[in-house]
Design a protein around this ligand. Structure first.
Ligand SMILES: [Zn+2]
Length: 496
């Protein structure tokens, strides 16, 4: 049997001022044809997990199509999206006849003129392959699962974790469901329960809190063999489009009524816990004082509003302003995206003293630059690999990177924003977070896995940005209303 395999991942953030273009995909991940099957060993991603299962089947030939990923950001530019989408579909058409398709998507991808880009790709693939052909899709936990996506796919399979540490296993599970379907062992039936609800990511974790209870229920049903998969999706909330909301997807073997009933049960539980997702936030000045006063050795200041992994620009100066206004003798590690400042540091060279403006170069609507005088401590190429559980083995590229030093404060200044789930961001530059009193991390929740043995305390910052957890503070224009927490509403969950 022939199984076509493709990957197209992007997570949109409508409040990010930087468009997602072709260069963003090329810098992140861009593989065509047979290249997709190379170098997945030791890498903890969905494609690696899915390929491990598919390639181990003696009767299955994997036909690689196209694999592209960009970092989170604004909607993909129209021409870039069209050319990547058309390339993927052209390759699928050329690969036919096939017996099934496995697609690795994120599920919260938007393009200019196409709010539901995942659904668009699935609908086009379905049209090519026909009604009965199995199409199984792996999704991020923050997918915006639309009715079109559920209608066009045979099965949607999402992460069970936040922090995301089961990417590989999700890819494996998606491939197993596809293989079992192809072998006639199962006949997937899927139900979707969508909610008029968006939630910030800080409290949406599988380890504890409101989301954990619902995910645990899905896991219990899977373990008992009642369902093939239960996906609980606290949607990427910064999608300013009409058709957005948290959801639950249940996949069963043959039993549509059971899928419907469990989707409704877990959707109702999700809705009942909605107020528990709102996090408590602390101003930067108060957080610094708390970090210095307390007994904790290393305090993580979680600056999630500026998280590049959530689609923010990474050029926030909010914490830096507060740090420079404070008298601090303790070690502090902080970071900012600022390409012009990196250029100045490179020109000046190591050990030179420079004075630069830091921050606000990409998102001036959120951030004012701060004047910084310090020493260029070191210069780097900004390439590092994740070593923690989430995305282990994946390479990140910050571009040219400078470490600037002023007293006990060290500022990592990089050309490009990267996912900040892993302390390797600092360690690759010779900086040890464990030795610092205050460490700035721009990630809402996913950093908790790799920082678990470093963080004695975590404080959530109240700062502005494209990924602000204060969802009511953002300038929504297109989101369908009413929706919680923007509106207080009565709602009875329904499953489709
Ligand atoms: Zn996610």
């Amino acid at each position: 049997m022939r199984v076509a395999f493709g990957l197209f991942q992007h997570e949109a953030n409508s409040f990010c001022p930087q468009p997602t273009n072709l260069a963003g995909f090329q810098r992140h991940y861009y593989k065509a044809g047979a290249e997709l099957l190379e170098t997945t060993r030791g890498i903890a991603t969905e494609d690696a997990g899915a390929l491990a299962v598919l390639c181990s089947q003696p009767d299955i030939e994997v036909v690689p199509l196209l694999g592209v990923k960009a970092g989170s950001g604004a909607a993909i530019e129209r021409d870039t999206y069209q050319s990547l989408r058309d390339d993927l579909l052209r390759r699928l058409e050329a690969a036919m006849p096939v017996d099934g398709l496995l697609l690795v998507l994120h599920g919260a991808m938007m393009a200019e003129g196409e709010d539901d880009a995942s659904g668009d790709i699935l609908a086009a693939a379905r049209q090519l392959l026909g009604e009965g052909m199995p199409i199984v899709v792996s999704l991020d936990l923050h997918a915006n699962v639309t009715c079109r996506m559920a209608k066009m796919a045979t099965a949607l399979v999402g992460y069970h974790t936040a922090p995301h540490i089961d990417l590989y296993e999700t890819g494996q599970r998606a491939a197993e469901i596809l293989v079992d379907t192809l072998h006639g062992k199962i006949q997937p039936q899927m139900a979707l329960c969508r909610l008029p609800l968006i939630v910030p990511a800080e409290n949406a974790r599988h380890t504890d809190g409101p989301l954990a209870d619902i995910i645990n229920r899905a896991l219990e049903l899977e373990l008992r063999g009642e369902i093939l998969h239960g996906g609980v999706y606290p949607v990427q909330p910064w999608l300013d489009a009409p058709d957005v909301g948290c959801s639950v997807v249940v996949v069963t073997d043959k039993d549509a009524a059971r899928a419907h009933s469990y989707a409704l049960e877990m959707g109702s539980a999700f809705w009942q816990r909605r107020t528990d997702f709102i996090p408590e936030l602390v101003t930067p000045a108060a957080a610094i004082a708390k970090a210095l006063d307390g007994e904790a050795r290393t305090v993580i200041l979680c600056d999630s509003s500026d998280a590049p992994s959530s689609g923010a620009t990474g050029d926030s100066s909010s914490l830096l302003h507060a740090l420079l206004a404070s008298e601090i003798n303790a070690e502090v590690l902080t970071n900012v995206v600022d390409a012009p400042a990196v250029e100045r540091a490179c020109q000046a060279g190591v050990d030179a003293e420079i004075e630069v403006d830091l921050g606000g170069s990409l998102a001036p609507q959120y951030y004012q630059p701060v004047r910084f005088r310090g020493i260029v401590k070191s210069l780097h190429n900004g390439v590092f690999r994740f070593k923690g559980q989430g995305m282990r083995g994946v390479t990140m590229r910050m571009g040219r990177t400078a470490v600037l030093e002023r007293g006990s404060l060290r500022v990592v200044v990089m050309e490009h924003g990267v996912t900040q789930w892993d302390p390797e961001l600092y360690r690759s530059l010779g900086l040890e977070p464990k030795d610092a009193r205050i460490v700035q991390v721009k990630s809402p929740a996913a950093f908790r896995a790799a920082y678990a043995d470093i963080a004695d305390e975590i404080i959530l910052l109240d700062t502005p940005g494209a990924a602000s957890p204060k969802l009511t503070s953002l300038a929504w224009q297109r989101l369908s209303r009413p929706i919680y927490p923007l509106d207080d509403l009565e709602h009875t969950p329904m499953a489709e």
